[in-house]
Design a protein. Structure first.
Length: 120
C-alpha cells in the first residue's frame, strides 16, 4: 500500500479541509453582526438597546430581564424551593413572574398573588 494519495483523494481532502475552515470562521465570536431580536421580547430588547445607544443607563430590573426572562427561570425557582433557599438579587424579580413575592426584610417568606379569571 502506497503512502501517497491519489489525485481524487487529494481533491476530496482539500475540499473537506476548506469546508471545515469556513465553518470554523463562521462560528468565530464577533465575526457576524448581532442578530435582530425576534419573538415576544423583541420590542423590549430593542427599547433597551435604544436607551443604551442614547447614553442612558438601564435599571437593574431591565438588566435582569435581558439576562433571563422571569418565566424562563422556573426550573431554578423549583430547585431553590427544594433546597429551601430564598431568592437573591435579580431572582427576586424573576420569582414575581410566577406570583411569588419575597417579603424580606419583614419576614423570610413569600406572598403569593394569584390571578383568577372573573375574580372570586
Amino acid at each position: 500500500m502506497s503512502g501517497d494519495f491519489t489525485l481524487d483523494q487529494k481533491r476530496y481532502l482539500e475540499g473537506f479541509v476548506s469546508g471545515a475552515q469556513v465553518a470554523r470562521v463562521a462560528r468565530a465570536p464577533g465575526g457576524a453582526p448581532a442578530a435582530e431580536p425576534i419573538g415576544p421580547d423583541a420590542a423590549g430588547l430593542k427599547a433597551q438597546a435604544r436607551t443604551e445607544a442614547e447614553g442612558k443607563k438601564l435599571t437593574p430590573e431591565e438588566k435582569a430581564k435581558r439576562e433571563e426572562m422571569g418565566l424562563d427561570a422556573y426550573s431554578r425557582m423549583e430547585a431553590a424551593a427544594v433546597e429551601g433557599v430564598f431568592p437573591k438579587g435579580p431572582d427576586i424579580l424573576r420569582w414575581k413572574y410566577h406570583g411569588l413575592f419575597y417579603v424580606a426584610p419583614a419576614q423570610d417568606s413569600f406572598m403569593c398573588r394569584m390571578r383568577m379569571p372573573n375574580g372570586i
